[in-house]
Design a protein around this ligand. Structure first.
Ligand code: GLN
Length: 284
């Protein structure tokens, strides 16, 4: 069958319950996954084999999608920065913004040889694993409070042949044992409970609350805590990078300033929203 025709057929099914751009993105993913065909081949309408195994798989994907399950959970994997990662309901599905965060860090740190980097709230491990692959000489640590998330991140490290030291720990607890590092990174939970009503039901039903939400009365709890521990455990000229809630750019900037960080920058994401804050520890 012509893959472009199949693409149009799947898209017309999905568009009954998804927005057009999403329906299109999912249609590509499904075809790529079932028929091992590239996006380019679909665009030019390359012929694909039709057999009952494929059509049954397609049928079951459509049923699950209709029930609201995210395509990433149906396939059990996602692409992040050009690599494959396993995902499940214990970890966040990687967001485009986090890809931008990793890109920013890599761009600003072309040489990380012998440098120690730590990611707080690592989830599926996308951040440290990508950095380990892109900057082979760096030494990576990753912390998470969830043992299920760490188990997923460990599998992802194996899958991508990256060496990461995992630390199962609650960053808010007092007895933390964390190595001195050159770079601290975190994309902590930052969605306030009051913002739940603007979130997609797919996110609410399938992604872990633990990774997403903070209480309305302490939305910056992780930023305050991580900034403090980062400052105490950063080498001089070390850097701290955060992904943030777009509502709190200047507040997070101030937290870093007050802790003693210099050159604190708020950076926007591709959608023009305040999304990243970073700074450097420089002591005279
Ligand atoms: N950006 C994510 C979302 O809006 C939230 C990520 C986070 O809380 N760290 O779904």
């Amino acid at each position: 069958m012509n893959s472009k025709a199949l693409f149009d057929k799947i898209k017309s099914e999905l568009i009954k319950f998804e927005e057009e751009a999403e329906a299109e993105a999912i249609s590509y993913l499904i075809l790529e996954n079932i028929y091992q065909i590239s996006r380019m081949d679909i665009l030019i309408g390359k012929e694909v084999d039709e057999n009952s195994e494929y059509s049954e798989k397609l049928e079951s994907y459509l049923i699950e999608l209709k029930s609201g399950k995210p395509i990433q959970h149906i396939m059990g994997r996602v692409e992040f920065y050009g690599r494959q990662f396993l995902v499940n309901s214990n970890v966040l599905i990687p967001r485009r913004e986090t890809e931008e965060l990793v890109h920013l860090i890599l761009e600003q740190n072309p040489d990380l040889s012998e440098k120690t980097i730590i990611d707080i709230g690592t989830g599926s491990g996308i951040i440290p694993i990508t950095i380990a692959k892109e900057r082979k000489e760096s030494i990576l640590y990753a912390v998470d409070i969830s043992s299920a998330a760490i188990a997923t991140a460990k599998r992802n490290a194996q899958l991508n042949r990256a060496e990461i030291q995992f630390i199962h720990s609650d960053i808010l607890s007092e007895d933390l044992s964390i190595p001195k590092c050159s770079i601290w990174i975190s994309n902590p939970p930052y969605v306030r409970d009051i913002e739940k009503n603007k979130m997609h039901t797919k996110v609410l039903d399938y992604e872990p609350d633990l990774a997403l939400f903070v209480e309305d009365n302490s939305p910056l709890i992780f930023y305050k805590r991580i900034t403090k521990i980062a400052f105490d455990n950063l080498l001089n000229q070390g850097k701290l990078y955060f992904e943030i809630n777009e509502a709190f750019g200047s507040e997070v900037q101030e937290i870093l300033h007050n802790a003693g960080f210099g050159d604190v920058i708020i950076k926007k994401d591709m959608q023009g929203k305040d999304r990243f804050v970073y700074g450097t520890k420089s002591i005279a």
